[in-house]
Design a protein around this ligand. Structure first.
Ligand SMILES: [Zn+2]
Length: 492
């Protein structure tokens, strides 16, 4: 089964296969660690996670590199304002970033590369560009890329770069101008700024050169896939191509994947609009990390996702159905044998699921057959027609679903606990939803003990105490379900 993935560079769906036949070598732009990640950032990281999980499910190994931008204009500005050395300033946000990825069940890339730990490779690349006539130094000691030296500039974003002016320069790490400019490769040290003493002078790298240098360091001059948010396509990725290919004269990345922006309540997310959410904001509002994951991946990566609280509620319900169904299958007892209709349904669900993913990672279409299967299987179970071999076949489909979606197994307690701990340290307790505080008052062990006490009370015909415990738990958002297979509880 080969993944057909849209390639921004070719403008069409192309097969994504490892060129070396062994492992898919991929690079995805990581965060600039100057603040907490918002859900727009995490949508990109989650969709890249979906990609790598699906590749692994189909038997393709992955060598995935992600950079951490730990020096840039914004970091220097914010660290200076906070009166901290940049390393101390970024360490806090880098730690938070990885905690957030863990909360969202985003797998850690095989290689994580901090910009500040790879300065010599960047200097080397600037030297090679200078030798090739594609870089020049200005009077203040900074180095710029000479755009005129790379006629293919613009081939990724397909922008009309008619406004290109020879020699016009930009030294900002981020800019949105349509007309291309010579961009900074190396910025000469300004008084008081963090800088490195190198063969090309004292200074610090520009943002774009980091990714070129580190991608080639770990993946070679040519590699399989480069991914990132659509906002990075121009100028960042265009610049990465120009810097790399001017030196190697080989295609930098063969395949480019761009994840589309999300909207919140139909509008662009922004602090001034009041619709800006970090992952932590949502956890403190009482949403489960799994629901946030599902809401952010259920719309395919090339489609605009409109994030709403209704979509989070839908995701919460969907996860509830998945988990209840999974528990029903694992806890129930089934007669030996196989029902041919259910065997066929399981097989079809699995085939449709994989086919949807192979078609440009269509997460929405991949979900649908699984929920159809749940409906069919629940009806069969109600009628006693689901047999032991059917249970095994359906559990295998669910396992394959969860290898990518990763929401059935309940790992939600830890992210919430961590978010509350953070809220306490960060003075954000006022933002915590009251129901969440009540709910957190009870650990799993405490609930288990109360449920056991209730069972004993019932056995001893002390129904008043049994009811009292049930009500107490209900008040704290714990639902008890009595079934023929025993007592179960879940958090609402
Ligand atoms: Zn990058």
């Amino acid at each position: 089964m080969t993944l057909r993935l849209f390639n921004t560079l070719s403008g069409q769906l192309d097969d994504l296969v490892p060129a070396d036949g062994k492992a898919l070598r991929m690079y995805a732009c990581g965060p600039t660690v100057y603040d907490y990640g918002h859900i727009g950032n995490f949508r990109t990281f989650l969709q890249v996670d979906v990609l790598r999980r699906f590749l692994k499910l189909t038997g393709i190994a992955v060598r995935h590199v992600m950079n951490i931008t730990d020096v840039d204009d914004k970091i220097i500005r914010n660290a200076t304002a906070a009166g901290l050395p940049i390393g101390e300033y970024t360490a806090r946000f880098e730690k938070a970033f990885f905690e957030d990825l863990e909360s969202l069940q985003v797998e850690r890339p095989e290689i994580i590369a901090r910009a500040t730990e790879h300065i010599p490779r960047m200097v080397e690349l600037v030297q090679k560009l200078a030798a090739a006539g594609a870089a020049y130094q200005t009077e203040d000691g900074s180095w710029y890329f000479r755009l005129a030296a790379f006629p293919e500039y613009g081939k990724l974003s397909k922008k009309d770069l008619g406004g290109m002016e020879d020699g016009a320069r930009v030294d900002l790490d981020e800019y949105e101008k349509d007309s291309a400019r010579d961009f900074a490769l190396w910025k000469a040290a300004k008084p008081g700024e963090t800088s490195w003493d190198t063969a090309i002078g004292r200074g610090r790298p520009g943002w774009h050169i980091e990714c070129s240098a580190m991608a080639m360091e770990f993946l070679g001059e040519s590699f399989d896939l480069h991914a990132g948010g659509e906002d990075l396509m121009f100028p960042h990725h265009e610049n990465e191509i120009a810097q790399s290919e001017s030196v190697t004269h080989k295609p930098f990345a063969r395949h480019w994947m761009h994840v589309r922006f999300l909207l919140v309540d139909g509008r662009k997310m922004s602090k001034s609009e009041g619709n800006f959410y970090t992952l932590r904001d949502l956890l403190l509002k009482g949403y489960k990390a799994s629901a946030i994951r599902l809401a952010l991946i259920s719309v395919p990566y090339r489609h605009q996702l409109n994030f709403t609280f209704d979509s989070l509620a839908d995701a919460t319900n969907a996860i509830d159905r998945l988990r209840t169904f999974h528990q029903r299958l694992t806890a129930g007892s089934f007669v030996e044998g196989a029902n041919p209709a259910l065997q066929a349904a399981a097989e079809k669900a699995q085939a449709d699921y994989l086919a949807a993913f192979s078609n440009d990672l269509n997460t929405a279409e991949a979900r649908a057959p699984i929920f159809d299967l749940i409906r069919t299987a629940n009806t069969a179970m109600d009628q006693g027609q689901l047999l032991a071999a059917d249970r095994d076949a359906i559990l295998a489909v669910l396992a394959s679903f969860d290898a990518v979606f990763c929401v059935i197994e309940d790992r939600d307690a830890e992210p919430t606990r961590r978010a509350l701990e953070w809220a306490e340290q960060a003075g954000r307790m006022a933002d915590v939803a009251p129901e969440l505080l009540t709910r957190q008052g009870l650990t799993d062990e405490a609930i288990d003990a109360l449920v056991a006490e209730r069972t004993l009370a019932k056995k001893q015909r002390n129904f008043a105490r049994a009811d009292q415990i049930r009500n107490e738990l209900a008040e704290k958002g714990i639902v008890i379900e009595d079934s023929k297979d025993g007592v179960r509880w879940k958090r609402k």
